[in-house]
Design a binder for this molecule. Structure first.
Ligand code: NAP
Ligand code: MG
Length: 400
């Protein structure tokens, strides 16, 4: 008997090697066990081009409506892709479009396996990272300043009348200046997404900024987080036995390094850009990094953190077997099935998802894995065996 679903998942198909894996995961690991109910959107580049990218918008609107989506990696076109696919336009990043429509925050979390030791040996549990994806230097204006001139920060009201003016610097020699901004709304949405995710995953929240130096700007982040925590989340956190800690960013870095992991590390935009690459590398392969977009009102879109693995796809098109790691994409499905089951009150779905995750991990732990993991795998008495993607999926199915 297959597991029946109630509400469909929003299924966002994608490109290249991950599109191939997508089909295989459904065929080998999902459809034999679940009467899979999805609302299907093809975000493959050809279909985005054919629909003038409407399909991306429609899929994001479906995620708003149904609440849970699972997404395959997609190509973000550049000039070379415009030529390769004969595109009408250099369409925007689908992830950017979906993030804008859901107004969400991206959380990344490594998938830990016994046998793959993080570069930081003290890290025993995953460290999830939340990156605020709006503002700061990513939406900055900047300029060169010739020596002998002055730069000012000027604020005007709606009619253009000056409200305030501060001297940034009087330059004796040539220099540079930059103005950054953020909005209370974006910071508040970010805070709510972080607290929701932490509650959903049962993680403590650590947030660091530099409010001692940036007494208005970073301090605003600190105040908004504190206020939203106190007013909206404190009770639920205390009930769940979780804590929210704010401290200086340098203190957070030191604490994370000597921790066991197991927390949500909330980062301002730049910190998240840098630290997510550090954490991902320290835990191993891109093929083992999962990712979820959470909106402030609790809509979820699950995906792998990696891209479409183009290099492997061209080998595949040449008829070669590839050993592309499907684990992060499997986790996108298990994450979505767990959440859907939770929301619809179907415990069989999260139970199945847990079993699939366990089967995947023990397959690797017993030495069967894709090529990317081989050089990192060290476990006494186990000699790792490299499988191609399909063999690996069948090995997981055996366990399942
Ligand atoms: P990528 O697809 O993540 O691949 C980069 C390299 O990392 C691969 O060539 C491979 O290394 C390794 N790798 C990544 N995932 C792997 C996996 N599951 N198994 C084994 N190895 C893996 O990044 P990219 O090559 O920079 O980007 C390719 C396309 O993906 C681009 O068109 C980009 O726009 C898109 N992209 C999409 C998303 C998304 O949809 N979320 C994110 C990032 C990039 P080796 O070649 O050494 O084996
Ligand atoms: Mg980065």
């Amino acid at each position: 008997m297959k597991i029946e679903m109630k509400t469909p998942l929003v299924e966002m198909d994608g490109d290249e090697m991950t599109r191939v894996l997508w089909g295989w995961i459904k065929e080998i690991l999902l459809e034999p066990y679940i009467s899979l109910k999805t609302e299907y959107y093809d975000l493959g580049l050809k279909e985005r081009d054919r629909t003038d990218d409407r399909v991306t918008v429609e899929s994001a609107e479906a995620a708003r409506r149904l609440g849970v989506a699972v997404k395959c990696a997609t190509i973000t076109p550049n000039a070379a892709r415009v030529e390769e696919y004969g595109l009408k336009e250099m369409w925007k990043s689908p992830n950017g479009t979906i993030r804008r429509i859901l107004d969400g925050t991206v959380f990344r979390s490594p998938i830990l396996v016994d046998g793959i030791t993080p570069y930081v040996p003290g890290w025993k549990k995953p460290i999830a990272i939340a990156r605020h994806a709006y503002g700061d230097i990513y939406n900055a204006v900047e300029t060169k300043v010739p020596g002998g001139s002055s730069a000012y920060l000027v604020v005007c009201d709606g009619s253009g009348k000056e409200i305030s003016r501060q001297k940034v610097h009087a330059f004796s020699g040539d220099g540079i200046a930059q103005a950054v901004h953020n909005t209370d709304k974006s910071i508040s949405d970010f805070a709510r997404s972080c607290f929701n995710y932490a509650l959903s995953e049962r993680l403590d929240v650590w947030f660091g900024a530099k409010d001692t130096i940036s007494k208005v700007y970073d301090h605003r982040f600190k105040d908004i987080f504190r206020e939203i925590y106190e007013n909206e989340y404190k009770n639920s956190f205390e009930k769940a036995g979780l804590e929210f800690m704010y401290t200086l960013i340098d203190d957070v870095v030191a604490r994370v390094m000597r921790s066991e992991g197991g927390m949500l590390w909330v980062c301002k935009n730049y910190d998240g850009d840098v630290m997510s690459d550090m954490v991902a590398t320290a835990f191993g392969s891109l093929g083992m990094m999962s990712s979820v977009l959470v909106s402030p009102d609790g809509k979820y879109e699950y995906e792998a953190a990696h891209g479409t693995v183009t290099r492997h796809y061209y080998k595949y098109l040449n008829g070669e077997q590839t050993s592309t790691n499907p684990v992060a994409t499997i986790w996108a499905w298990t994450g979505a099935l767990k959440k859907r089951g939770e929301l619809d009150g179907i415990p069989a779905l999260p139970e199945f998802a847990e079993k699939l995750e366990k089967a995947t991990l023990s397959t690797v732990e017993e030495g069967f894995m894709t090529g990317d993991l081989i050089p990192m795998f060290k476990k006494e008495g186990v000699t790792p065996v490299k499988l191609n993607s399909r063999e690996f999926l069948f090995k997981i199915a055996e366990k399942l």
